[in-house]
Design a protein around this ligand. Structure first.
Ligand SMILES: Cc1ncc(C[n+]2csc(CCOP(=O)(O)OP(=O)(O)O)c2C)c(N)n1
Ligand SMILES: [Mg+2]
Length: 419
């Protein structure tokens, strides 16, 4: 077996050495077969030595027990929600592809917990715990996955593009183009600065999304203008199936920061308190007018890229290494052993999370789908050419003859052509 859990082709067996450690000896690159692609990898990269227990003393954590429990319940709620989502996806009950943040809950909850109420944050697909921390209700998120007619977006965005600026200061995912949220985030940060508001814009991003050009443009602009922008990069070991060392010439995302002359840190993302401390430093830096911060958290995507992905390219050793450092399990143990929180209290939180998710499903199932005649609502600014209510009543019949027959499925069937 090679590094990714598949038999090596024409190469000696690889020890699972991943991710890259600074100064690790790369050895002679070997070629291995990756689906139909050939790639260069090295067999001699060591696993990092992150602890599998949270080390900090309770006395050094400046939170009351209630806050500790709140953090736990947001992480647990996100985990329970996403586990359920994966099963609803397999039952064909929800729409679209499903991408989850299982294994990354500490970064989401920890960073969101350090924001002030006027701050904004933008999410990618794996930050559900941050939504919950920010006050979004599970039933509203669930209704979106079911495509139901409900504010704010009435079944338009499904689960991926969740946002609610007015109520929760959550910016939409913008579009699916990786890193487009960095220049967009710089724009929100610029607005804060121009309005002389003391707020920050926090953007979550993935490791893969630090390679497209938008990342560079956005950070360059933010640095030049000293904008209150905080980038939280979750290095979850993969972008689709590509590990960081196959898409970055540097070891850490933080190594990219000197090009922009900005504050940067690399930290272990599965230890909630390490996350909180690093996020706080980054946020304080940006809020104090010193310009953007780039905080990188090493973590692990415990599922495939999406629920359609079986992770066959991830070795058992790598998976086990990170599962032993599961952020929720580590935090739970710490609360019991170091904070002396009663196990029963945590079990109750687990039960409440499970119940809330069941109620969220019942709620989502009870809502209607959006009506066909509303399909263009809220997509465009009002115009004199908008259909009248009468037009709407008469003109929203199913289209029998498509405008471009060559692009129809039936034509494809006839001719056997594919596009
Ligand atoms: C510009 C652009 N290129 C490629 C894609 C396809 N794509 C979607 S998600 C993804 C991987 C993202 O990896 P990463 O940034 O590490 O985030 P993760 O999924 O690991 O959270 C890719 C390549 C895209 N959406 N946009
Ligand atoms: Mg990634």
């Amino acid at each position: 077996m090679n590094l990714y859990g598949r038999p090596s082709v024409g190469a000696p067996p690889c020890s699972t050495g991943y991710p890259l450690e600074r100064g690790a000896h790369l050895g002679t690159p070997v070629q291995f077969f990756f689906g139909k692609y050939m790639a260069q990898i090295s067999p001699q990269i060591a696993l990092p030595d992150y602890p599998s227990e949270i080390q900090i003393d309770r006395r050094d954590v400046p939170f009351k027990d209630e806050e500790l429990l709140r953090l736990y319940s947001m992480m647990k709620l996100a985990r329970t929600f996403e586990e359920k989502l994966a099963s609803l996806y397999r039952q064909g009950k929800i729409f679209g592809a499903v991408y989850v943040g299982i294994g990354q809950e500490a970064t989401s909850a920890g960073c969101a917990s350090q924001l002030e109420s006027g701050d904004y944050l933008s999410m990618v697909a794996r930050n559900l715990a941050a939504y919950f921390y920010r006050g979004v209700e599970p039933r509203h998120v669930m209704a979106r996955w079911f495509g139901k007619d409900q504010t704010p977006s009435h079944g338009r965005e499904l689960g991926l593009f969740l946002a609610d600026i007015d109520k929760h200061g959550i910016i939409p995912y913008h579009n699916g183009s990786m890193a487009s949220w960095i220049p967009a985030g710089a724009g929100y940060a610029l607005a804060f600065k121009l309005r002389r508001l003391p707020n920050v814009m926090l953007c979550f991003t993935g490791d893969g999304a630090t390679s497209p050009g938008d990342f560079y443009e956005g950070l360059n602009f933010a640095s030049i203008h000293k904008l209150p922008l905080v980038i939280i990069c979750e290095v979850n070991q993969f972008a689709y199936s590509t590990p960081p060392h196959l898409q970055m010439p540097v070891k850490d995302v933080a190594d990219r920061a000197p090009a922009f002359d900005i504050y940067a840190e690399t930290a272990f993302g599965n230890d909630l308190f390490t996350v909180i401390a690093a996020a706080r430093r980054g946020i304080e830096h940006a809020r104090s007018g010193k310009g953007p911060a780039l905080i990188e958290f090493k973590t692990f995507r415990q599922r495939g890229h999406g629920e359609h992905d079986d992770m066959a390219y991830v070795s058992k050793e790598l998976r086990e290494y990170w599962e032993e450092r599961d952020p929720i399990a580590m935090y739970r143990r710490w609360m019991i052993e170091r904070a002396k929180i009663a196990v029963g209290m945590l079990t109750r939180i687990d039960e409440v999370a499970a119940r809330q998710i069941e109620e969220a499903i019942e709620y989502a199932e009870s809502l209607p789908f959006p009506k066909a005649e509303t399909v263009t609502d809220r997509l465009f600014a009002p115009s004199p050419h908008d259909p009248t209510p009468e037009d709407r009543k008469n003109n929203f019949e199913p289209i029998e003859t498509p405008a471009i027959p060559a692009l129809t499925a039936s034509n494809e069937r006839k001719t056997g052509e594919h596009f």
